[in-house]
Design a protein around this ligand. Sequence first.
Ligand code: HEM
Length: 407
Amino acid sequence: MNGSTVDDIPAHVPRELIRDDYPFIMGMSTSENPFKTMVPALHKNPDIIYSTNFYVGYQPAWIPRRLDDIQALYLDTEHFSTKGLSPFPILMGESWDLVPIETDPPQHTMYRTLLNPLFTPRKMQVLEDKVRFSARQFIDMFKDRGECEFMNEFAFRFPIVVFLDLMGLPYERLEQFMEWEFGLLHSMDIEGITRATQHVCAYLREMIETRRKKPVDDLISFGVTAKVDGRGLTDDELMGFCFNLFIGGLDTVSTNLSWQMRHLAEYSADQKRLRENPELIQPALEELYRRYAAVTTTRICTKQTQIRGVTIMPGDRVAMPTTLANTDPAAWENPFEVDFDRAPRHLTFGYGIHRCIGAALARRESAIALEELLAALPEFRVQEGAEIVTELGPILQLKNLPLVWDE
Ligand code: HEM
């Protein structure tokens, strides 16, 4: 057992539920397709396990794998909290919360009431032309070449441009934002993460100040002019809001989009079906979201409770891998098969009060990207013999995806 011994593990943890081989650990990577090998293997475990190595430094977490248990956890704000879950404000020596993800009711309800109208499908419709234009610009750069490195040339860049647009930030910042995003979310070196966090915070603070002086039509301006409980948002609340959008809406979109493209590149019949029936892209996407759910969310227990008869104590952390909920064999028929006609009610965007506020935007970004990619490229496939690497951890992210097509 790495790092901790059974003696270090609290007495309330049943010994038969302890595992030290949970695979989705930050800093690890694999050349396997984890959705095909690791996810089915995890469903051979008991309904809930206690992973000794979930966090870097071998911090433990409970990991349930059943759809109904994970749904119940998302709904249970009486026993579980999201407060203080991210390391970023602490690394800065500051104490703001990410808004709204690190807040609990009733504060969370106040923030969501304020923010929900910004992200409705109708609001996202307004961005439609800009998003499509950006997708075409990236595709134009490689479409006549017969090949592309999809992660670097499309998946990582496209959501950043959409984010810059939403926030009213200049496109010249694209490379800079990419560097910060990697430093924040994919570095294993604390100094690197701290530096990237400082850069992002300093830049966002500067932009908040600029918009305070002269608000325009973007999300930062919305923040500086918004009122909650009859007052304006504090500097900490504004920082938490901008930072939450930064870490919520970039990596997640890149990752999901790349798994969707990888599936179409590997399953030519599915790709052909969408080429011939572009109206199926939206329903097919829902099934691809289910099958390739990349995000694991976490909670901290605040009041003693039970999951499947197992005692969970205050201070215990619980990880909810959305991919396990979405493939629970007790809840889904042929859970590992991709079936475009399934119309699944998946947990890829979470569930309950913290359900992803950007889901409508993410869906449009993916749909537009797939529409444009399928229209511009002939049948594409993964480059023969390529080793595709996935970074494991709280997000299962492809590091490379070399695609080829016949010109
Ligand atoms: C495919 C892309 C995306 C996926 C898979 C995804 C996934 C999720 C999940 C699972 C949660 C719930 C977290 C929890 O309960 O702990 C969440 C919350 C959130 N997401 Fe997303 N997200 C995506 C795109 C976006 C985008 C584009 C934005 C920004 C516009 C965004 C902003 C947020 C915010 C602010 C929250 C917190 C909501 C709250 O606490 O009430 N996400 N997301």
